[in-house]
Design a protein around this ligand. Structure first.
Ligand code: CP
Length: 307
């Protein structure tokens, strides 16, 4: 297994399947009541979060603790970053305390690469600006495979603000690697100029893609990263691109809706769709713990488990 996980593009199909199979085996242990394994006893994980997080942060912490690793947690506010300490110096300080892996979320694109170049520990990218979020892609692939029993050939419509979405970037790369077919869907101002570089097709029409999608993957409108007139307004967006109950009627009976969270209900997803049985949002969150357990286990020296 790779030492650092910085981008979904680093992962081969075999790497992805090893993570998903191991996650499945670990999830089945949790289901039968095995809440703690001794696998990573003596290892230490540092969580460095320079941006807010609920799902990623808690699931990494829970994953590490379920494998008996120690966890140290850092948040930019309330740390020496407030006194001007750089990412590099912060990382070296944490490294000097003897950590084995660092999970980094940072607003700057490329920050995990900088970190990996200056520490001995394994580095996991938990989201760098608008660039990548590879562990979200892994948990989404896990969720899709659990639902459909396969990934190859799945039609996945990734809808919304693709341009600023690190989730979309990593997900498209990982889907392509396993033989699925991602399509970016949205208004031209929210789609990247070269979708083919991420292995994705493109469509400007929700009505055109809904009848053939297995998965409709909705992206969050990133209010905090807009900083420009990419959208006429949220109401306008919701009217033309938000998924409402009428859209469920247009989808294949077995098709599902996914969203990485946090959701803007009433903007990209209606309350009815969010609460519908076709929404896998909670399954994605649950998968986050098992997939991050598998990743930590494999990256810190474990052998792949089989499903
Ligand atoms: N999906 C995701 O990354 O959620 P958080 O920002 O809550 O970690």
């Amino acid at each position: 297994m790779i030492k650092h996980l910085l981008s979904a593009s680093q992962l081969s199909k075999e790497d992805i399947m090893a993570v998903l199979d191991t996650a499945r085996a670990l999830a089945s242990l949790t289901r039968v009541g095995v809440r703690k394994l001794p696998t990573l006893r003596g290892k230490t994980l540092a969580l460095l979060f320079y941006e807010p997080s609920t799902r990623t942060r808690f699931s990494f912490e829970l994953a590490a603790k379920r494998l008996s690793a120690d966890v140290v947690s850092f948040q930019a506010s309330g740390s020496s970053v407030a006194k001007g300490e750089s990412l590099k110096d912060t990382a070296r300080t944490i490294q000097a305390m003897g950590v084995d892996a660092i999970v980094l979320r940072h607003p700057s694109v490329g920050a995990p690469w900088l970190l990996a170049s200056c520490v001995e520990a394994s580095v996991i990218n938990a989201g760098d600006g608008t660039h990548e979020h590879p562990t979200q892609a892994l948990l989404d692939l896990y969720t899709m495979r659990e639902r459909f029993g396969r990934l190859e050939g799945l039609e996945v419509a990734i809808v919304g603000d693709v341009l600023r979405s690190r989730v979309a970037r990593s997900l498209a790369l990982a889907l392509k690697t396993v033989g699925a077919n991602p399509t970016f869907v949205g208004p031209p101002t929210l789609l990247p100029a070269r979708p083919e570089a991420l292995g994705a097709g493109v469509s400007f029409s929700l009505d055109e893609v809904l009848p053939r999608a297995d998965v409709v993957y909705l992206l969050r409108i990133q209010r905090e990263r807009m900083g420009g007139a990419y959208l006429p307004g949220e109401l306008e967006y919701s009217r033309f691109w938000g998924l409402g109950p009428e859209h469920l009627e247009m989808m294949r009976p077995e098709a599902v809706v996914m969203h990485p969270g946090p959701m803007n209900r009433g903007v990209e997803i209606s309350w009815e769709v969010a609460e519908s049985p076709r929404s896998l949002v909670e399954a994605e969150v649950a998968a986050g713990v098992a997939v991050r357990m598998a990743l930590l286990y494999l990256m810190l020296g474990g052998e792949a488990l089989h499903r």
